[in-house]
Design a protein around this ligand. Structure first.
Ligand code: NAD
Length: 475
């Protein structure tokens, strides 16, 4: 125990104040539990709110506004002299983050949740020691571990001086030439931000496609757009050498056995994240993370210690804030004696690229791999009235249903506001809806969400806005 450390009893200790942790703490408090929330940072909100999802979406919105202003010329609206003031943009983004973190702090405080700022480590399976200015020993009945993840280093090269998403989201400068290593979520979203702010962006991706977990037909739409806006997107390419040189970087890449060396002003590493489970004192419990650092949990989010729960990026499955917050609520409800389980049919994936990608349920790749017989309907944005009214043609929706029962299997959208459109598919999948349920549902007109309806109609063979099958023409 640290000197001057106080000792407290806690019904529930939540370790980590990100979207998973604060949701768990609030839900547990609302269900009558006495909750202590331990967070190392001075603010609540975690990576997502402070240095991830929220700042990145704020910056993406700014570049979308600039792109919309440019696009408006086609409609006879011209703006002269569109200028960027990076300091104002940064302050705007910080203002958004500050408002939200203060909002979370208020929600937590008004529930009487005790927030301790410091680093938590288990000293045994019933005790957590919090180090730091507010050093405390917590004797706990239940714990929820929600410590999230951190950026992975680029393997095999010196990472000194590289930007991670944290530095990139600080927008301390707009480099003239930016190399992004990794064509995943972060690489493609932040590549979009910096291309929009005026950088010449190059992406190097190890795999033969960007956004490898999305179906190829979706990723292709974003790849085509990115190739127009970025300097280059190099696929099946590996960074094999990296050295700082004259304020910039000399980077050697290898593709099909051929190497080339290029110079950049900044390099952003975006090659994935790893769970924060290595410095939690878990060796003093029966919880043993696997080789990747992930903690095994059951459907109620319990670990090998039945009174300790784990949620979010430190557990298996997709590392997304909305999965963490759902798991946090499940863990809190189980602790409060409710019959809760993380039995969700799907965790939607959303990528805020240009255009956006969103999908829920089975991807087409998964359906093929699992040998599932499916019917598919695809409908292009270019044929949708609202899409045309917005001047947007790039994208489509895709609906998959079980070939015999018609049960909805998966929905994917690539296009503007795909992130909003996918919510309909998520609820349909959770409610075990069929293709006909989607087709018979009146969608408001003219809206982008009709794209999903149109794709469902194509899959059901009842599409009004597609050409008739060849054999019926002229009948
Ligand atoms: P990612 O797993 O999405 O992508 C990493 C990419 O880097 C992969 O495509 C991988 O093939 C590539 N890669 C790995 N090593 C490489 C190397 N040496 N050289 C070149 N390419 C290499 O990871 P990320 O983009 O760092 O994002 C981390 C996580 O953060 C995501 O998995 C996601 O869970 C979360 N995130 C989500 C959102 C969102 O929901 N919109 C946005 C940002 C981040």
């Amino acid at each position: 125990m640290e000197q001057n450390s106080s000792i407290r009893q806690a019904e529930v200790v939540v370790v980590g104040g990100g979207p998973g942790g604060y949701s768990a703490a609030i839900r547990a408090a609302d269900l009558g539990k006495q909750v202590v929330l331990v967070e190392e940072r001075s603010q609540l909100g975690g990576v997502c709110l402070i240095e991830g999802c929220i700042p990145s979406k704020t910056l993406i919105h700014a570049v979308e506004v600039a792109a919309a202003a440019e696009h408006a010329a086609k409609m006879g609206l011209s703006f002269s002299d569109l200028k960027l003031d990076v300091d104002v943009l940064r302050r705007w983004k910080e203002g958004v983050v500050d408002d939200l973190t203060q909002g979370i702090a208020g929600l937590v405080q008004r529930r009487g949740i005790d927030v301790i700022h410091g680093r938590a480590r288990f000293t045994d399976n019933r005790t957590i020691a919090v180090a730091g200015a507010e050093a405390t020993t917590l004797n706990l009945e239940h714990a929820i571990i929600a410590t999230g993840s951190r950026v992975k280093e680029v393997p095999g090269v010196d990472n000194a001086g590289l930007w991670t998403s944290v530095e990139a989201l600080n927008v301390s400068e707009v480099p003239e030439r930016l190399l992004v290593i990794g064509g995943g979520y972060i690489g493609m979203e932040l590549g979009r931000v910096y291309a929009g702010l005026g950088s010449r962006v190059t992406v190097v991706e190890f795999m033969p496609s960007i956004l490898i977990t999305a179906d190829k037909d979706l990723a292709e739409v974003v790849l085509k757009n990115s190739r127009r806006r970025f300097e280059e997107v190099m696929l099946s390419t590996k960074v094999v050498g990296l050295e700082q040189s004259g304020g910039g970087f000399k980077v050697t890449v290898e593709r099909e056995g051929e190497t080339s060396t290029l110079e950049y002003d900044r390099v952003l590493a975006a090659v994935g994240r790893r769970p924060n489970t290595d410095d939690l004192g878990l060796e003093h419990t029966r919880i043993t993370p696997d080789r990747q650092g992930l903690i095994e949990t059951d459907a109620q989010c319990r670990t090998a210690e039945p009174h300790i729960f784990a949620i979010g990026d430190i557990t298996s499955g997709i590392a997304l804030a909305h999965k963490a917050s759902r798991e946090g609520k499940v863990a809190a409800e189980v602790i409060a004696g409710r019959d809760a389980a993380f039995d969700n049919v799907t965790v939607p994936a959303v990528v805020f690229t240009d255009p956006e990608i969103a999908y829920a349920g089975l991807t087409e790749t998964e359906a093929k791999e699992q040998g599932i017989a499916y019917t598919k309907g695809k409908f292009p944005l270019a044929a949708l009235g609202r899409g045309r009214a917005l001047g947007k043609k790039e994208g489509f929706a895709k609906v998959l249903a079980d070939a015999s029962s018609g049960a909805l299997l998966g929905v994917a959208v690539v296009g503007p506001h795909a992130s909003e459109m996918i919510a309909e598919a998520v609820i349909a999948l959770e409610m075990k809806a069929t293709l006909n349920d989607l087709v018979d549902t009146i969608h408001p007109h003219p809206t982008l969400c009709e794209l999903v309806l149109e794709a469902a109609e194509v899959a059901a063979g009842s599409s009004v806005h597609s050409n008739p099958p060849r054999k019926r023409r002229g009948q």
